[in-house]
Design a protein around this ligand. Structure first.
Ligand SMILES: NC(=O)c1ccc[n+]([C@@H]2O[C@H](COP(=O)([O-])OP(=O)(O)OC[C@H]3O[C@@H](n4cnc5c(N)ncnc54)[C@H](OP(=O)(O)O)[C@@H]3O)[C@@H](O)[C@H]2O)c1
Length: 309
């Protein structure tokens, strides 16, 4: 089996290790010749650091503009890069290619399924944690699992060869609900911690923030309910409190992105929720305010960047 990975970042490198260990051939798809050259100069290897241990794995790489046909593709870009990244390799995708999208956020999966029909699409979420310390060098922050399910079909199959992966891969028949649950948690924790500049646990210990989070959760539940999505067996607020407690010391990825002046996934998280609300003729004052605040902070960074060039 030959899997191509589009998105050679933190999650892409972790998945490359899993796929290589399962016996698959792995090829990264890089943006351009310049990235390919950097990769070649680094010995065509990725380095994974886990505490004090470090391992190197040899993988192949090709530039997006190459012509070799792709029959198996894993996409691990940030959610906002999915469509442009896929469009850069559209000419290489076999008509019956299998495409796995492993990302946070919602909306892009349905758009890929629409644009790349009749190819078989799997959507997935992961609880693995990792970050990039340098190009093609990744630090593992936590071992988790990957939950995957096919879009647009009730046939529960894993992508080719994924049954050989020696790690927790959960086949989920109702991936849409799993995506909604992950979205609900991300909507409740990420933008609020990003705006407040606080750790996840502060949402539990500061009564004002807890009250705000309750309002955010109530709005998310209204939209999920209107879309016929069952979230958790407990109220969303309770489920979010549980996650905030488990990750009390963490800074959310959105806060880290804002601090490092990187684009956030807000449009695929709270932005998706607010677009759903607009379609339903509903308003979400708490979530809309967070969306506006994150947008405005991002814009400030971009404007600053443009001005300093
Ligand atoms: N990291 C985690 O612990 C974690 C945990 C759970 C879920 N997730 C989710 O997993 C997804 C991936 O996150 P990540 O942390 O792995 O992100 P990341 O480290 O930023 O990696 C994204 C990669 O995609 C590449 N990319 C973007 N556009 C491309 C294009 N057109 N062609 C080729 N490559 C392209 C980027 O390349 P450049 O460097 O050139 O931009 C980068 O290498 C996100 O949705 C995230 O929310 C992450």
């Amino acid at each position: 089996m030959h899997w191509y990975i589009l998105g050679a970042g933190a999650i892409g490198c972790l998945c490359a290790e899993l796929l290589c260990n399962s016996g698959a051939k792995v090829t990264f798809i890089l943006r351009n010749q310049s990235q390919l050259q950097t990769f070649n100069q680094a010995g065509r290897q990725i380095r994974l650091r886990d505490g004090d241990t470090c391992c190197s794995i040899s993988v192949d790489a090709s530039a997006a503009a190459d012509n070799a046909e792709i029959r198996h593709l894993l996409v691990t870009t940030k959610a906002y890069d999915t469509l442009p990244a896929l469009s850069s390799i559209q000419h290489r995708l076999a008509p019956d290619a299998q495409i796995v999208l492993l990302q946070n956020g919602c909306g892009q999966q349905q758009e890929v399924a629409r644009l790349y029909f009749p190819r078989q699409i799997w959507a997935g979420i992961t609880t693995h944690g990792a970050w990039r310390e340098a190009p093609f060098q990744v630090v593992r922050a936590g071992i988790g699992q990957i939950t995957l399910g096919p879009l647009g079909t009730s046939q529960l199959t894993l992508p080719d060869g994924w049954e050989k992966i020696d790690a927790a891969i959960i086949a989920e028949p109702d991936i849409k609900s799993a995506l909604w649950r992950k979205l609900a948690i991300n909507c409740a924790i990420n933008p609020l911690t990003a705006i407040q500049g606080c750790r996840n646990g502060d949402l539990l210990t500061d009564p004002k923030l807890s009250l705000l989070m309750r309002g955010i959760c109530d709005e998310i539940e209204q939209i999920a309910h209107a879309r016929g999505q069952q979230l958790f067996t407990t109220p969303l607020f309770d489920a979010v409190c549980e996650i905030a407690l488990l990750t009390a010391d963490n800074f959310s990825s959105m806060l880290q992105d804002l601090r490092q002046e990187r684009q956030t996934e807000i449009e695929q998280i709270t932005g998706f929720l607010c677009r759903e609300a607009a379609e339903l003729g509903m308003t979400l004052p708490h979530n809309q305010r967070l969306l506006d605040q994150i947008r405005s902070q991002q814009n400030r960074h971009y404007t600053k960047g443009e001005g300093s060039e």
